[in-house]
Ligand binder design. Structure first.
Ligand SMILES: NC(=O)c1ccc[n+]([C@@H]2O[C@H](COP(=O)([O-])OP(=O)(O)OC[C@H]3O[C@@H](n4cnc5c(N)ncnc54)[C@H](OP(=O)(O)O)[C@@H]3O)[C@@H](O)[C@H]2O)c1
Length: 212
């Protein structure tokens, strides 16, 4: 499958890019700075901003799905707005192009209707929102944008992410207190969603696989 990846220069986006190529997908990466990605077979790099809908339309050509792994680089109102505008541009371009599948990297602190979070996690979310207001705000606004569309979206919400090898993950409707998951597992989960139809228009948490 040909897939457009946004945020492919980020920590998780890079791993998702590698995973998608390893799984045999053709990848188009829309990046702000071309020099930040090494060229290789199966990868096409488009340079431009998510703030430019024409650039997104061009990058989308021929793709069947999008992985949006963009995250604010700073805790500022400017980055918060840039992400919201970027998601508006992306979803509008997808609707015009008839590309329906959107897999978004979201976060456990993002509030979703019907959420089942342990009390301590709810308190943690309050603290995160207090100290990283625009970071959480950006991801919340992004969620509000794509969840209001008719697209076939899935938002993956990892809790605390850590480095390290993939150890296996599971997608769950309920957050587990203190859970942490590796970036590699989150990247794997993003790519696995290209073929998984079980989480359409849902925002599961990405948790480490339960040990037997
Ligand atoms: N526990 C949690 O809640 C949790 C955990 C992990 C991740 N997340 C979410 O997932 C996001 C991504 O994680 P990460 O660690 O991979 O982030 P990261 O390393 O900071 O990468 C952010 C990516 O977004 C891109 N980006 C940022 N602003 C942009 C803009 N205005 N236009 C175009 N691209 C832009 C960056 O591009 P440049 O390279 O050009 O800057 C980069 O590719 C996080 O920001 C967070 O929101 C949440």
């Amino acid at each position: 499958m040909r897939v457009l990846i946004l945020g492919a220069t980020g920590k998780i986006g890079r791993l998702a890019l590698e995973r998608a190529l390893a799984d045999g997908h053709d990848v188009v990466a829309l990046v702000r700075e071309t020099s930040r990605l090494e060229r290789r077979e199966g990868l096409a790099v488009v340079t431009g901003s998510i703030g430019d809908v024409t650039v997104i339309r061009g990058a989308l050509e021929g793709s069947s799905a999008v992985i949006a792994a963009v995250g604010p680089r700073s805790n500022t109102a400017e980055d918060e707005l840039a992400l919201e505008v970027g998601m508006r541009n992306l979803t509008a371009a997808m609707e015009v192009a008839g590309v329906h599948r959107l897999i978004a990297l979201s976060g456990a602190a993002v509030a979703v209707p019907g959420d089942r979070k342990p009390l301590l996690d709810q308190l943690a979310s309050v603290l995160v929102r207090r100290f990283a207001r625009h970071v959480v705000g950006a991801k919340q606004r992004e969620y509000e944008v794509f969840s209001a569309t008719a697209l076939d979206w899935t938002a993956l919400r990892p809790p605390l992410v850590i480095d390290g090898p993939p150890k296996g993950y599971r997608l769950a409707g309920q957050l587990k207190f203190g859970a942490r998951v590796s970036r590699a597992d989150v990247a794997q989960a993003l790519v696995d969603q290209l073929a998984d139809t079980r989480f359409g228009r849902a925002a599961p948490f990405v948790l480490p696989k339960d040990r037997p």
